[in-house]
Design a protein around this ligand. Structure first.
Ligand SMILES: [Zn+2]
Length: 82
């Protein structure tokens, strides 16, 4: 049995047949981990943008509500008169 740095084990027969000593699981894992890290960073960036947009929309909404309140106040006065 041969064990790599990541504790993957395979039989010596595999090495002889494939003609290389390097673990064939490790490159796939490294590739997957790298991809996962990139995806995590992209997700983090998306979350950051989404949060910034949410704040922007919340601010815009608050300003809009502020204007709506003014409109509602005048409407209420008009309704009270009728
Ligand atoms: Zn390995």
């Amino acid at each position: 049995m041969i064990t790599c740095a990541r504790q993957h084990t395979w039989t010596a027969g595999f090495v002889a047949r494939e003609g290389h000593r390097w673990c064939r699981i490790c490159p796939e894992m490294i590739k997957r981990e790298r991809k996962q890290k990139i995806e995590e960073e992209q997700a983090k960036e998306r979350a950051r943008i989404a949060e910034a947009q949410r704040k922007m929309f919340a601010q815009a909404e608050a300003e809009m509500i502020g204007e709506e309140v003014k409109e509602t106040e005048t409407t209420t006065v008009r309704d009270a008169e009728t």
